[in-house]
Write a protein that binds this ligand. Structure first.
Ligand SMILES: [Zn+2]
Length: 306
């Protein structure tokens, strides 16, 4: 695994011309120092730079991130090698597009506005958490294009009929498929898309070492529906510089005795309204998705502890 820092070097267009020139000169000097002078563009007031944490370039750039200086560290990203990914028994399955926006009703209507249609989830009346799916989703199908896999804004997993059929024949476990309809003509003909619903729920994560955000109002729980939702820890400090880095998820090793190929976490994430579990896939499912060249997702290893 390597940690890649995403810096941005820039100057404020609201500053005086003199100050802007000073900042440009400083950025140019910093880029020269780390051998990336070619990245300097005097006509663009921000310059994204990726460097590995621990490298000399990182040391140089982090020094330029103090208050009023030209650097900003936004994110440290963890990049895993194929070998690390191929040796993880379980992986966190994440989606890289949200082409299918959301259920059409949820997106465009408030409750009571569209006659005879109700939201596709039954939500808690107090916190708004989706508690149960009560009808098939109706979406703007053409947004899927030629994709096989898309998430919605609410992180529901949408599949092309091709991928749905392949999964049905795959022998992979822990999921069911639900039709997804065009909002223009729901329940007519063959479903134009499908929703993958994970049916296997994992036991709780190992906490610690799994860490959750503390600054964010901690495990937020609704007194009425008792849904609890949180965030995996991602706020960190490098001295006085705040940046974002997702921390890993850990499970007790015994999780392997119950995990299927597709699983949902017992924990919910995000704001209560719209809170969703994460999806965790087996190594077998990971390889299947790779072998069948399915696009639109990425995965990160889950760590096991004794
Ligand atoms: Zn609630």
């Amino acid at each position: 695994m390597k940690r890649v820092a995403h810096f941005s070097l820039g100057w404020s267009l609201a500053a005086s011309l003199e100050e802007q020139e000073k900042d440009k000169a400083r950025i140019k000097a910093l880029l020269r120092e780390i051998g990336l002078e070619r990245k300097f563009n005097p006509n663009r007031n921000w310059c994204p730079i990726e460097v590995e944490v621990g490298s000399r370039a990182f040391d140089v750039l982090i020094q330029a991130c103090g208050e009023g200086d030209v650097g900003h560290l936004g994110l440290i990203e963890r990049r895993y090698t194929s070998r690390e990914l191929e040796s993880a028994p379980l992986l966190h399955w994440r989606f890289t597009n949200q082409a299918i926006e959301d259920d059409y009703y949820t997106l465009h209507f408030k409750e009571g506005q569209a006659k005879g249609i109700s939201p596709y989830t039954r939500d808690c009346e107090v916190c708004g958490a989706p508690l149960e799916q009560v009808r098939d989703m109706w979406v703007r199908v053409q947004k899927m294009g030629k994709r096989d896999l898309s998430a919605t804004y609410g992180w529901e997993v949408i599949l092309s009929p091709r991928l749905a059929q392949m999964l049905r024949e795959s022998g992979l476990t822990g999921f069911t498929l639900r039709p997804v309809w065009s909002y223009r003509k729901p329940y007519q003909g063959n479903p134009p898309l499908f929703q993958l619903v994970a049916t296997s729920t994992l036991p709780p994560m190992a906490v610690p070492p799994t860490e959750f955000e503390e600054d964010w109002p901690r495990p937020r729980q609704c007194a009425v529906c008792s849904r609890t939702s949180q965030y995996i820890k991602h706020t960190h400090w490098w001295g006085r510089i705040q940046y974002r880095e997702e921390t890993p998820i850990y499970y007790p090793r015994q999780v392997l005795e119950v995990a299927q190929d597709f699983n949902r976490t017992a924990e919910y994430f995000g704001e209560l309204r719209g809170s969703q579990p994460y999806l965790i896939i087996s190594q077998r499912a990971y390889r299947w998705l790779l072998e069948h060249k399915i696009k639109g997702w990425t995965a990160e290893p889950i760590y096991l502890v004794e």
